[in-house]
Design a protein. Structure first.
Length: 533
């Protein structure tokens, strides 16, 4: 039996991979002892797939499967983080290249794609080591091949099952893993992706073992944190002709270890652990044009875990992700550090990480104000938490929830009490919005045409109409309950100047007991944000 790949199914698979890696990244981070015990493998794998997801999110809704697959593979390549992320990007890139323009997959197709991925993974690594993600990838290819003649879904299931079995054997193949009592962290990340793949394309949720948490051990470490090991991790993107890569590999292989070079078509991602950073950059320049160069000093990473919190100048900071100059000013008035974003200038994982570091506080409360940002902020918070900084990411899904949380923040309260109060205030807010459809489509409330007014309730389209004011009033009617005490209206771009006044007048027709507060938020795309408390 074959399988028809559709763009919507591909998008859903990517999202499931991101969610699965998000759910397991703390577990995977804890397993990380090779090649460097810096406890970031799960986070790096998650952020790598987030980069791929963001790349396909930028594609138009009607993009076909080849366009989505290429965009995703390119996003993984350019956004890959760490050794694990770079290898995962190569596995997927090779799978996609082998897939080509085919929409109808057979078991043989799946087996060939997995085999191509495994070969590319080994080819990308300067000195392959068994008991790693490469071993798990090879086992997945063998598992797919064993069921290729049966059924395409069995091929996917066979790959995932073989990968799980190979992962369980990794401590027998590498002494460091056995000493630490863990399986390979990169291999675990790949298993998470393959489990998500089996679930999405077979409809079956795989049997998952209990978390592979480490057992107590007396300090097993990777080669790069022992005396004589390389001191730096260097990563960069490289524009270079394909024939320049073999000499680059040879040059870098002589400088350090953990070498991975992946890519093609004049775009490459380079990762290596070395002592001489300058020599790596020189080798990159000799091969082509290196850019987005990132250097991590391993000793700094380890040392900061014990020293970070004491060097911070503030007791507590609240960081709010905000769109709209008016909303940004409101948040600043409430004492928040504002991280602004727009549709053309979205937040990246790096900008979130920088904001948390720049806060320079021992305690940080984050208001993501968007469900897509929560996991990214959690990933950005990981290293600060490792250094003793207390970071709480409150699950605010809308700007108006963030305003409610800020309104009750008391710097004099203990951190836990403040977080509980802010989270409770945000959760008590019912939120909605109105916007204008930019194109025709199907919503949860039915079909819409370009120019139609759309009402949003709790993040879902719930009203479609021709008049923006009427739709806004319908949203308010849905949100208002007998116990409602206050309505907050935040005006944005695209609506008439009197939109908020018209909605307030509607509320006043029979709800004189409800207070109405209006602000000019300046947000794009949404003429009105609505909150009911």
């Amino acid at each position: 039996m074959g399988l028809t790949l559709r763009p919507d199914a591909f998008r859903a698979w990517v999202q499931l991979c991101v969610e699965s890696l998000d759910a397991t990244r703390a577990e995977i981070d804890a397993l990380n002892v090779f090649p460097v015990p810096d406890r970031d493998t799960g986070t790096n794998a998650y952020l790598t797939f987030v980069a791929g997801a963001e790349a396909i999110a930028a594609e138009p809704p009607d993009a076909d499967l080849p366009a989505l697959a290429k965009s995703f593979a390119d996003g993984l390549l350019t956004g890959a983080r760490g050794n694990c992320g770079v290898i995962l990007s190569q596995l997927v890139r090779a799978f996609v290249a082998e897939l080509g323009d085919r929409f109808e997959l057979t078991g043989d197709d799946v087996a060939r794609c997995f085999a191509a991925g495994a070969r590319a993974g080994y080819a990308a690594v300067g000195r392959p080591v068994e008991g790693t993600i490469l071993t798990v990838a090879a086992a997945a290819a063998e598992g797919a091949a064993a069921h290729a003649a049966d059924d395409v879904r069995k091929a996917f299931a066979g790959a995932a099952a073989a990968a799980r079995e190979a992962l369980a054997r990794t401590p027998m193949q590498m002494e460091k893993l056995a000493q630490a009592g863990v399986v390979d962290s990169g291999g675990r990340a790949l298993v998470v992706v393959l489990d998500a793949t089996e679930q999405r394309f077979t409809g079956r949720v795989p049997d998952r073992p209990a978390p592979f948490l480490p057992t107590p051990f007396a300090g097993a470490t990777g080669d790069d944190l022992v005396e004589g090991g390389p001191s730096y991790e260097v990563m960069f993107l490289l524009e270079a002709d394909d024939d320049r890569i073999p000499p680059l590999r040879a040059a870098l292989d002589g400088l350090g270890d953990s070498l991975v070079v992946v890519g093609g078509d004049r775009l490459w991602n380079v990762h290596v652990h070395v002592d001489d950073v300058g020599a790596v950059i020189e080798a990159g320049i000799a091969a082509g044009r290196p850019y987005r160069i990132a250097v991590t000093h391993f000793a700094d990473q380890v040392g900061e875990e014990t020293a970070g919190a004491q060097r911070r100048s503030r007791g507590r900071a609240v960081i709010a992700a905000v769109t709209g100059s008016g909303l940004a000013d409101l948040c600043r008035e409430e004492g928040a550090d504002v991280l602004e974003f727009t549709r053309s200038r979205p937040l990246s994982a790096e900008s979130m990480r920088h904001a948390l570091w720049a806060a320079d506080a021992n305690e940080i409360v984050v208001l993501p104000n968007n469900p897509r940002f929560r996991g990214l902020f959690e990933a950005a918070a990981k290293q600060l938490r490792d250094e003793g900084v207390r970071v709480a990411v409150i699950p605010t899904h809308a700007q108006v929830q963030g305003l409610a949380a800020l309104a009750v923040h008391d710097p004099g309260l203990a951190f836990d009490d403040a977080v509980v109060a802010m989270a409770s205030a945000a959760a008590a807010v019912k939120h909605g919005a109105v916007t204008v459809a930019s194109e025709s489509g199907i919503t949860m409330a039915g079909p819409c045409e370009a120019g139609d007014a759309l009402g949003v309730v709790s993040g879902e389209f719930s009203v479609v109409g021709k008049d923006l004011t009427a739709v806004a009033c319908d949203v308010v009617a849905t949100l208002l309950t007998p116990g409602a005490e206050m309505v907050t209206l935040v005006s944005g771009a695209g609506g008439s100047p009197d939109l908020a006044d018209a909605v307030e007048a509607y509320i006043r027709t029979d709800r004189f007991d409800v207070d109405v507060v209006a602000y000019d938020g300046g947000q794009e795309n949404y003429p009105l944000f609505i909150a009911v408390e």
